[in-house]
Design a protein around this ligand. Sequence first.
Ligand code: ACO
Length: 323
Amino acid sequence: MIRSVVRGFGAALPKRVMTNKEMETKVDTSDEWIVQRTGIHQRYIAGEGETTASLGESAARAALARADLTPDDLDLIIVATSTPDNTFPATAVNIQNRLGMRHGAAFDMQAVCSGFVYAVATADAYIRGGLAKRALVIGAETFSRILDWSDRTTCVLFGDGAGAIILEAQEGSGTNADRGVLTAQLRSDGIHGDKLYVDGGPSTTGTVGHLRMEGREVFKHAVGMITDVIEAAFKATGTTADDVDWLVPHQANRRIIDGSAKKLGIPLDKVVVTVDVHGNTSAASIPLALDTAAADGRIKKGDLVMLEAMGGGFTWGSVLIRW
Ligand code: ACO
């Protein structure tokens, strides 16, 4: 049985850090309010010349170097993003060009904060279906560019960055002992479209628009949706919370992360948290967290790693990987 095995990982952050103290100079907020409600202490903000594609390219190069591969070894690039450099061509094709890759296929995937989970699930389906052998999966965002910097209820929450993994087709036995993606569970429900959205677009206003969110409404649904797809992953693989070595959640809010882990019975020392330093980087948050915990030696080869995300749409999903 073909499995999609993680061969490399990498990440990239903008140069500029914006602390909560600096945020206090922009809107009527306080470090105390932000930390207490979200767990965020700082975020990275893209500067001149830093874009979703440039950050994605840096993350991709880091993942290729770690995997000891070159762009010639890839045949698929999927970029999860809601903040592409341009409406088209796709940021994935831009990155393909930046890497000097003249073969294979590249496309973007738009599922907001669940984008990376959707992209890993898609790459896994391509690999298991024989359409690709080695896929570069990137989550890259510059949410700072779609924020309303006068709206304190949203601008304090988000940041910029990118992360990437390389998935490679390898023969497995078909059991949970295999390395690679063991299951992916994806969901969406457009009835929630007005709770977290961008108030512009090519076909409506002809503008980029700004992020709008009913924070309490998002919060209300988050824990239930996250636990639903994680329970579904357990059911699909016959695993339980006790088997999980690391939960790597989408990094939106410390209270959502802690609430989900508690409901699932996963101890907090098995949860990777980076929202304190990265803020919410949407589709980039999971690969940034993966890079952090795999680079510092917490996530090791053979560990069972649960990814989960929930975001605009709403979309939500989980992926269970043996690292
Ligand atoms: N600084 C200071 N005060 C603020 C700020 C701020 N940045 N933002 C809002 N407030 C005020 C509000 O105006 C309100 O004041 P009022 O009581 O005088 O009206 C008060 O704080 C409470 O506001 P709430 O919105 O009720 O605060 P809440 O406790 O719900 O926290 C938050 C807000 C952090 C946004 C929370 O609702 C949340 O985390 N929601 C989930 C949002 C999220 O994670 N979204 C991303 C997930 S999907 C994705 O990643 C794209």
